[in-house]
Design a protein around this ligand. Structure first.
Ligand code: AMP
Length: 285
């Protein structure tokens, strides 16, 4: 495995691979890699001859009051995991080489980025779209793999790639969970023991909602009320930031009075102490 910190060098190496006719897969991450990232790497490994992964805590996707300074990092462990999962090129740039002091070019998908996480994290998806655009132009992959854990991010990036004609296939990968259902996240290390004990209630609540929808009784509002009730009982330390049942692609929320018909995806963000956790589940195809 080759570790590259210089964007121009990554671009040169990827261009050379392309000229030799070798296909490239890209897995962008912010590091502190866990089994969720590993699953993305394993998936991507089978899709191309050259596997590129990036570890970059992208400062422009963090708001001023967010956890950029404390975001967990462990480069040595990340490099070992990347090597074990077949990464050929590990791109680990410093922020200074990714963003010139007068960087002033941004990529936005304002409609899809407005609601859900975008509502409480203004500018977040603009930062994500900008860095992923840069990574796609540097690595020039045939395929890029992203987790469905960040469901809105995946929808935003699919739209960006379609709208701007990036020559890449965007591949979504299912959410990897702990045995008790908690979605793996680098931010789970922030949880205290009490918070960690309550965190599985988020996925259990989503599954409860999926059952209610399958039974077909009631309305969207009643299903969302059941989710909130489930958390109030089983995870009193949580605060629901949003819980939405939306169209799986447009992410357009269904109104409370909507009937339980058609394709539905549920997305939630929950605060547990100082940690913000997100999760999502297809309720009905
Ligand atoms: P991050 O390092 O959190 O920015 O995540 C990098 C990539 O890994 C993103 O595409 C995430 O959606 C994906 N990812 C993170 N956690 C998981 C998980 N538990 N299951 C599947 N994919 C994940």
């Amino acid at each position: 495995m080759n570790v590259v910190c210089d964007p121009a060098q990554l671009q040169r190496q990827c261009l050379a691979a392309r000229r030799e006719g070798r296909s490239i897969a890209l897995v962008p991450t912010m590091g502190y890699l866990h089994a969720g990232h590993a699953a993305l790497l394993d998936d991507a490994r089978h899709r191309a001859e050259v596997l590129v992964a990036s570890v970059f805590v992208n400062p422009v996707q963090f708001g001023p009051a967010e956890d950029l300074a404390t975001y967990p990092r462990s480069f040595e462990a990340d490099a070992a995991l990347a090597r074990d999962h077949g990464v050929d090129l590990l791109f680990a740039p410093d922020p200074e080489v990714m963003y010139a002091p007068d960087h002033d070019t941004w990529v936005e998908v304002p409609g899809l980025a407005r609601g859900l996480c975008g509502a409480s994290r203004p500018g977040h998806f603009r930062g994500v779209c900008t860095v992923v655009s840069k990574l796609l132009l540097l690595a020039q992959p045939d395929v890029a793999v992203f987790g469905q854990k960040d469901y809105q991010q995946l929808a935003v990036l699919r739209r960006m790639v379609r709208d701007l004609n990036f020559p890449v296939q965007v591949q979504g990968h299912p959410i990897i969970r702990e045995p008790d259902g908690l979605a793996l996240s680098s931010r789970n290390v922030y949880l205290s023991a009490d918070e960690r004990a309550q965190a599985p209630a988020i996925y259990a609540g989503l599954r409860l909602c999926q059952r209610l929808v399958r039974e077909g009784q009631g309305s969207v509002g009643q299903v969302l009320a059941a989710f909130q009730e489930h958390l109030a009982v089983h995870a009193p330390l949580t605060q629901v930031e949003y819980d939405v049942i939306a169209h799986p692609e447009s992410l357009e929320p269904l109104g409370d009075s909507a009937r339980l018909a058609g394709a539905m995806h549920m997305l939630v963000a929950v605060r547990l102490g100082r940690t913000r956790l997100i999760d999502n589940l297809r309720l009905q195809d």
